[in-house]
Design a protein around this ligand. Structure first.
Ligand SMILES: C[S@@+](CC[C@H](N)C(=O)[O-])C[C@H]1O[C@@H](n2cnc3c(N)ncnc32)[C@H](O)[C@@H]1O
Length: 311
């Protein structure tokens, strides 16, 4: 009854006849922020703020965290306590001698499904103040607007699926939002969770040194970013455009805007239509406005998106 990834070592303390989800002695929670602090050079007075933005991650692979989040800006911010990461080991809530977390799909079919009772027990260990998101290819597409909204809240509890996913009843019972990072299928939700956390954490004040870079990048104004250049001024016969080297800041800003609009129009007609609609502002035809709003699945699910989402 167990998937290939579902074979834990025996624990003599387990009661083989007991099928009730129950946390292991560690209670399944690991504070990665505390580990980062111990391993780094962080002085004691910079210990993590208990109110810092927090990610609780429910996963069968807690060793996958912090992963890439432990590097560079997000890793430094984690060590400084600007955000906190706690993994919750789903295996600790598995049932029976082998702490099974999954079972065969009701009605037949390939693969295994994560049990609702096991996931419920793990969710009970998460911070109840945090919204819960299940990373899922069926979910609403992750957008910068949703990321911004999450970064401004207390944090998030993320469920990383494996196998065929999780029993629908836990999603329904807890009203859990589903978010996808793209139209493709990953082996598990851990990489998707790291994508979402990375995107949110970099918007937390002080994580990225130059805050201006956050307002000038792709999606921040509903446009893709303009082309970027750096030294040398000529490489393989290709010169940086004269206007960029002109020192005329107004001309550079105008050129960047033009390029951002061109790229958006060419590559993302969906974004371009929404940007044009927003640009017309108060004079916008209400019929057209309604059509744009209705076309946004995300905006329908999360009204607060309207603040950032291009319309
Ligand atoms: C093999 S997938 C399950 C796919 C599922 N049977 C389906 O067809 O929708 C296992 C897990 O990977 C994660 N996952 C896969 N693709 C994802 C995506 N595009 N976005 C977010 N999470 C994804 C989810 O947590 C999912 O439960």
């Amino acid at each position: 009854m167990s998937g290939a990834e579902d074979t834990p070592p025996d624990d003599p303390a387990d009661d083989p006849g007991d099928d009730t989800p129950r946390p292991a002695r560690s209670h399944g929670r690991v504070s990665i922020a505390a580990q980062a602090a111990r391993q780094g050079n962080r002085p004691r007075d910079l210990m993590a703020d208990p109110d810092a933005w927090t990610a609780n991650v429910i996963t069968l692979f807690p060793d996958a965290f912090p992963g890439v989040l432990g590097l560079s800006l997000t890793g430094r911010a984690l060590a400084l306590g600007l955000w906190r990461l706690e993994s919750i080991d789903l295996r600790a809530f598995g049932v029976g001698k082998h702490r099974n977390v999954d079972d065969t799909p009701a009605g037949g079919g390939a693969g295994m499904v994560i049990r609702a009772d096991v996931m419920a027990a793990a969710l009970d260990r998460a911070d109840p103040a945090l919204p819960i998101i299940y990373l899922s290819p069926r979910g609403a597409p992750l957008t910068q607007a949703r990321v911004r909204q999450l970064s401004q809240g207390p944090g998030v509890t993320l469920i990383c699926g494996r196998f065929e996913g999780v029993d629908q009843r836990i999603l329904d019972a807890r009203g859990i939002e589903e978010i996808s990072i793209g139209d493709y299928v990953l082996t598990g939700g851990e990489l998707a969770a790291q994508v979402l956390i990375d995107a949110a954490v970099r918007l937390i004040p002080r994580v990225v040194g130059n805050q201006a870079s956050l307002t000038e990048e792709s999606f921040s104004e509903g446009l893709l970013e303009h082309p970027q250049y750096t030294r040398p001024s000529e490489w393989e016969g290709r010169r940086i455009p004269d206007v960029v080297m002109s020192g005329n800041h107004a001309a550079i800003a105008a050129w960047r805007r033009e390029q951002a609009e061109r790229l958006t129009k060419e590559r993302r007609p969906d974004l371009w239509r929404a940007y044009e609609g927003r640009a017309t502002g108060a004079t916008m035809d209400p019929t057209k406005d309604r059509q744009l709003s209705g076309a946004s699945h995300q905006a329908g699910q999360h009204p607060a998106h309207d603040k950032d989402e291009p319309r």
